[in-house]
Design a protein around this ligand. Structure first.
Ligand SMILES: Cc1ncc(COP(=O)(O)O)c(C=O)c1O
Length: 379
């Protein structure tokens, strides 16, 4: 039997990231965007308590009320806003895109940007329109270039701050500019702020500091190293979140009740301390990585002000990013080709420094060997 598949899947494949990682056995992982740290002990303890307690049934579709209230407060507690808790922020992203755009519509997505954005838009039947974050400008948002891409069909603008893969955060002025653009063109801002707690200076502004009329996508996968717990949410204007909840109900009924109840532990002073401890580890890893790349290797890179990625130029190797990343597997280090995130990522490899310091040092040593080898090969 050869099954026929829905047309919406045409051209949609497993991402380049997974393709690299599937060949990366025995490599130090500077590839995947997943903290290599243990999840917070408070969450584990609370989960054990929940397991030992009574039955774990469905929660209300939008999430258990106490968690929704906490998340609402976490995003400023704005009047007219509500929350839908989802299975990871990835689901929230899908639900928001599906709620806002369909055939004939366009959605602006960052280039380079997280691979799911254009895929979710395509699966919703709409057209992703990439807006450039140019490497020659240090991957900064060019508000004029963005404006020029808005059309009468544009329904939403996806922002990601701090960004995967660039590590850049948007400034309040840039967010205010995006808010004006949204208002003037009747489109919705969807701001993925999953890395908001991972910053290396003052906390980055949220889109909600610029406007109330935006949807924030967030969760604790990154800040609390809880990738496998699958906890995320969308928070924003009630009318939009109601639609997100309709989609969420029909795809997954509710997020894991065990996870939701355990995650309440993060909204206590002790839980906040654990998140801060994880952030401090990232601060040290970022310093180690930037020093290594700068002083030891003299390598061109864009220092991140948030998230746990750094984009490193591979210009000297003369290779495209996919070839360089595949070559590096020989040196037993996994990195992600910048091109996986869009054409503006070409010429770079994305390194994730969210690993234990021992792995990070080992990975950076191998990366150094690999780059030197590729540069020598070119000569
Ligand atoms: C920018 C961005 N958004 C969303 C996600 C999805 O995270 P999760 O579904 O674990 O919350 C990721 C994961 O790598 C990401 O990098």
């Amino acid at each position: 039997m050869s099954p026929r598949f829905a047309r919406r899947l045409d051209g949609i494949e497993i991402s380049m990231i997974r393709q690299i990682m599937s060949r990366a056995a025995g490599c130090v992982n500077l590839g995947l965007g997943e903290p290599e740290f243990a999840d917070p002990p408070r969450v584990r303890k609370q989960a054990r308590r929940v397991l030992q307690g009574g039955r774990i049934g469905y929660s209300p579709n939008a999430g258990i009320p106490e968690l929704c209230r906490r998340v609402h407060e976490y995003h400023g507690g704005r009047g007219g806003h509500s929350v839908c808790v989802t299975n990871g922020s990835q689901e929230a992203l899908f639900d928001a895109v599906f709620a806002l755009a369909g055939p004939g519509d366009e959605v602006l997505v960052p280039n380079p940007g997280y691979v799911t954005y254009p895929t979710a838009v395509r699966l919703a039947g709409a057209t992703p329109v990439p807006y450039p974050l140019r490497s020659r400008d240090g991957f900064r948002l060019d508000s004029e270039a963005l404006k020029a891409l808005v059309s009468p069909r544009t329904r939403a603008l996806i922002l990601n701050t701090p960004s995967n893969p660039t590590g850049r955060s948007l400034t309040l002025e840039q967010l205010q500019g995006a808010a004006r653009l949204a208002e003037e063109n009747d489109l919705v801002l969807v701001s993925d702020e999953i890395y908001r707690e991972t910053h290396y200076g003052t906390p980055p502004p949220s889109v909600l500091d610029a406007t109330d009329a935006a949807v924030v996508i967030c969760g604790f996968s990154k800040a609390a190293a809880m990738t496998g717990w699958r906890l995320g949410w969308a928070c924003g204007p009630r009318a939009i979140i109601d639609k997100v909840t309709v989609l969420h109900q029909n795809t997954s009924i509710c997020a894991s009740t065990l996870t939701q109840r355990a995650a309440l532990a993060l909204f206590t002073p002790e839980g906040r301390d654990e998140i801060e401890r994880l952030r401090q580890r990232m601060v040290r890893n970022r310093l180690l990585t930037c020093r290594w790349l700068g002083r030891r290797m003299g390598q061109a890179f864009v220092p991140p002000d948030g998230a746990f990625y750094v984009m490193v130029s591979i210009e000297e190797t003369g290779l495209d990013s996919l070839s360089a990343s595949l070559e590096m597997l020989q040196d037993k280090v996994a990195t992600i080709p910048g091109a996986a995130f869009g054409s503006e990522g070409e010429g770079y490899l994305r390194l994730s420094f969210a690993c234990r310091p021992e792995s990070l040092r080992k990975g950076l040593r191998r990366f150094e060997t690999g780059i030197n080898r590729l540069v020598q090969n070119r000569k």
